[in-house]
Design a protein around this ligand. Sequence first.
Ligand SMILES: *Cc1c(COP(=O)(O)O)cnc(C)c1O
Length: 565
Amino acid sequence: MNTELKIAYFSMEIGLSNDIPTYSGGLGVLAGDTIKSGADLKIPLVAVTLLSKKGFFQQDIDNEGRQIEHPVEWDPFRLMTRQTKRVVVKIEGRDVSIQAWCYMVKSVTGGEVAVLYLDTDVPENTTEDREITAVLYGGDERYRLKQEVVLGIGGVRMLHALGYQIKKYHMNEGHASFLTLELLLRHKRDIESVWDERWVWDIDTVKDLCVFTTHTPIEAGHDRFSYDLVKKVLGEIIPLTLLKKLGGEQSLNMTLLALNLSNYINGVAKKHGEVSKALFPGYEINAITNGVHSFTWTCENFQRLYDKYIHGWANEPELFVRAEIIPDEELWTAHRCAKKDLCDFVKNTTGVELNPDVLTIGFARRFTSYKRADLIFSDLERLMKIGKKEKFQIVFAGKAHPKDLPGKDIIKRIIDFSKTIDNNIKIVFLKNYQMSMALKLVSGVDVWLNTPLRPREASGTSGMKAAHNGVINFSVLDGWWIEGHIEGVTGWSIGPKPTESSLTNTTDTADSDDLYHKLENIIIPTYYHDKNQWIKIMKNSIGKIAYYFNCHRMMRRYVTDAYLR
Ligand SMILES: *Cc1c(COP(=O)(O)O)cnc(C)c1O
């Protein structure tokens, strides 16, 4: 039925919209954006992920500022069609049956991409097995391993069962690396009594089929499983000696497995490519810098503005190069409308009244230590002194992984600050960050703040979303911002130049010092006293950042560099 050769895009999480809460943060939203651009550009793509029927989690915050997690309730029946074909994988020696739900991403261009959500919640499975695809990044190591077996091995089997012909398998992060084992099995040469196992396992053919994108510059961020556990859960589907050769002697490193079985490997920003090369010496690692789906991440006020002045922008974001022709007043009006929308939203959800005339800073993303959401509070006295001269307000949002205690602690600290800081600086924390809230934030603030600890931000994408709405970036030089930043032209940097690749020699104080200095002496004065200059930088955000840091450009790079190789 599917005769066209397709690219199979595998991702543990995919964020397409609020209605399908099967993502936790940037990785999933990037996957969703990739699929949408794939549909717009009519790239022959099919995507595979897990159903995550209980989502990641819904975030609540108690009176003490502690994060409370609830399972998300959502109904795939409403949005997706269940496929009748089922496939089976062996887990702990049991047959685990997998079904798939199909969601069609349809573009106005006529292109479409099927997304297959794998689901083990079928009557023939044990109660425990029915839960394997329930919670994204939930449970323990064993649970994660089972999920990855379903995704990688179950995913390839499902594609075959549904009749897809696949010419490349693209692994979005190492969670999907088990697909390589299924491909090894499928391309196993049927030779009896060979003296060398290299003749049996056609590694080159599998490598030709595989593309791997790594997203994690931190050693601890890569999934690792003990061979003991792998043996218990997966059994020995390929000989252990071979698996160790491909995935590491000590433990099974999912990144290493993907690296050893892919002919095209890339990091997600130029700097991240370099960092990954240092982390995994001996591999040819390329770089394709991330982008965001322009239409998804442009608020309605700006969509109308672009429709009027930059016709065709959504499917050809290169046209943003003409941002200069948008009249200043109309740009400012569109921004004011977006800001008012955000203020209304904040009022409705928290009761806090923000002042739309006041410089507003936004910070929203996953809360985890390296993102340093609380860097701006490192010297409270200095911050309050700046706020006394001229006002500003900050909006925060973000979830911490349920097991990330330091991440949860940062949420609590920020909520404590919001209660105790003086009236010149208003601080709000919005609970349950998700995609529609993200759009409100990246379009409704004036400045988008990002303060990761270098070089841990592989790329980052929320700043690109901000730029699509004329919102100005103020960020540490890491990830994509190294490529997008021109000081005082496209936004502002925080802290020293990104010379180091090591993970040790950054100091918080050098960064916070620079942050306070620029906030006080450049950003606040420009906002209140040099509107022309401010609007110029807004236009540069569109014309020099959104122009390049979009998913259409990224997808074309994947096609020419990775898929057509
Ligand atoms: C874009 C997005 C992210 C990624 O934010 P970064 O600042 O790039 O880490 C996370 N969560 C949601 C809901 C998003 O829309």
